[in-house]
Write a protein that binds this ligand. Structure first.
Ligand code: NAD
Length: 440
């Protein structure tokens, strides 16, 4: 039975502590400070629903750290949103921005609601109210939201409009990224997270760490989640010659040994609102998808999908974390023992925030770059990130970097890629904190 603690705070602490055990040169107090969110904003607000009834919604906007610049992070609409989850996701954004070298800090927002049960008009009213509740929190140079689970470019357009009405006479396009192209959005932003997954996977495979697969072409890929990120990743991997053998959404999954025809899956999902039941496919559960026989597994839905209870059964050789926090710390240890490599979320899905940064830069200059320009800049950043993490991992693996714990003196194992990525990001934020004189 799986007795693992899946609490978001506990998981985030465990990941941080694992990374910080390799940072014997940083002061303990500073490390403790970096764990804490800078500010947690909570609000409850009433919204009139279409049937005339009024419902109170709770929302959060958390800023974890602003050492490198304004807070940056998505807003999710989901019934399971909690303060703890938003805090841990804001923290993740701090490390992600530091790792890809974009001048943002970490933030995240969420509204507890079930978007599947809400009409477009209700979602618009919720979004406008969320924005006015936090009009003094978000801002072009303080905290810049973006889309996340069950929010999209339409949500960003509503936020921009509401903020703009409340702050007239300024260039307010910078207040959100992931906007529609016609409202100052960037070409390639909608696709950036899935496209970034492809770039990091290509670069990782080119290192030839997994002898059986050194390129995307010919790989058998399973993807959990067929929303923005999952569907774009599926198409991008397919274009490079991969075979997408399994896909899923919240209703369940589908499997086809010979590979799925993505155009047909998209058309089927549009008609039936889910992928399950697609002709010529076998129906599988989301749990079965995780342990299916494939080369590359891409979790692109929600957190804690790979855990102590199923990690031993994973057959993929590489996991590319398109979703945030899909793997638990206990699963990380099992996967490392079993020789399954994980490209962690702060690397694998960093394409989204990277192109969000490009959008912010374009908005400052009132420019709109061509898609080719955006994608070539994105590819460069993603490849640099993989190279940095890979080089440091190699240094650990061959003993170039010392791996003894300062306090216990114990010999530490070679860290996995998540630990190396986190370690590198935390060190960068710590260094900037010291340079700015924030730490006394
Ligand atoms: P989305 O709302 O467009 O899609 C979410 C998908 O997950 C849908 O297909 C939904 O059916 C599926 N899903 C929901 N609950 C599920 C469950 N219990 N089991 C299996 N599938 C389930 O969201 P998105 O923007 O594609 O985001 C997906 C993940 O990627 C999230 O974890 C998000 O935090 C992360 N992410 C997104 C971006 C971005 O730019 N959109 C950037 C970085 C990270």
């Amino acid at each position: 039975m799986n007795k693992e603690n899946l609490d978001h705070v506990v998981i985030s602490e465990q990941q941080f502590d694992r990374a910080s055990s390799y940072m014997d040169h940083l002061q303990t107090g500073l490390v403790d400070f970096l764990k804490q969110p800078k500010r947690i904003n909570i609000s409850n607000f009433p919204v009139e629903l279409d049937d005339g009834s009024v419902k109170t919604f709770r929302c959060y906007r958390v800023i974890h750290n602003r050492v490198f610049g304004p807070g940056k992070g998505g807003i999710r609409y989901h019934p399971d949103v909690t303060e703890e989850e938003v805090v841990s996701l804001a923290k993740l954004m701090t490390w992600k921005c530091a790792l890809v070298n974009v001048p943002f800090g970490g933030a995240k927002g969420g509204v507890i609601c079930n978007p599947k049960e809400l009409s477009t008009n209700e979602l618009r009213r919720i979004t406008r109210r969320f924005t006015s509740e936090f009009f003094d929190v978000i801002g072009p140079y303080t905290d810049i939201p973006a889309p996340d689970l069950y929010t999209n470019e339409q949500t960003m357009a509503w936020i921009y409009d509401t903020y703009d009405v409340m702050n007239p006479g300024k260039n307010n396009q910078l207040v959100v990224t992931g906007k529609p192209i016609d409202l100052g959005g960037s070409y390639g932003r909608k696709e950036a997270t899935g496209q970034g997954c492809l770039y990091v996977t290509e670069r990782f495979l080119s290192k030839r760490l997994i002898p059986e697969i050194d390129e995307i072409a010919g790989t058998r890929v399973a993807i959990q989640g067929f929303g923005n990120v999952g569907s774009v990743a599926a198409k991008a991997f397919c274009r490079q010659g991969a075979k997408i053998i399994a896909l899923s959404d919240s209703e369940g999954g589908i499997y086809a040994e010979k590979g799925l025809n993505l155009d047909e899956v998209i058309a089927f999902k549009q008609e039936h609102s889910c992928v399950v039941g697609m002709p010529g496919t076998l129906t599988i559960t989301n749990e079965e998808l995780i342990t299916i026989d494939c080369d590359v597994l891409i979790p692109a839905a929600i957190s804690n999908q790979i855990h102590a209870g199923n990690a031993n059964n994973i057959k993929a050789k590489l996991i590319v974390e398109a979703a945030n926090n899909p793997t638990t710390p206990a699963a990380d240890i099992i996967l490392q023992k079993n020789g399954v490599y994980v490209i962690p979320d702060i690397v694998a899905n960093a394409g989204g925030v990277t192109v969000s940064y490009f959008e912010w830069v374009q908005n400052q200059a009132n420019e709109q770059w061509d898609l080719e320009v955006v994608n070539s800049k994105l590819k460069k950043k993603m490849c640099q990130c993989v190279d940095t993490i890979f080089k440091r991992w190699q240094d650990f693996a061959c003993g170039e970097e010392k791996i003894t714990n300062k306090e216990s003196g114990e010999q530490l194992e070679c860290p996995d890629f998540r630990t190396v990525a986190l370690l590198t990001a935390i060190e960068r934020v710590a260094k900037a904190t010291l340079l700015r004189g924030i730490w006394p």
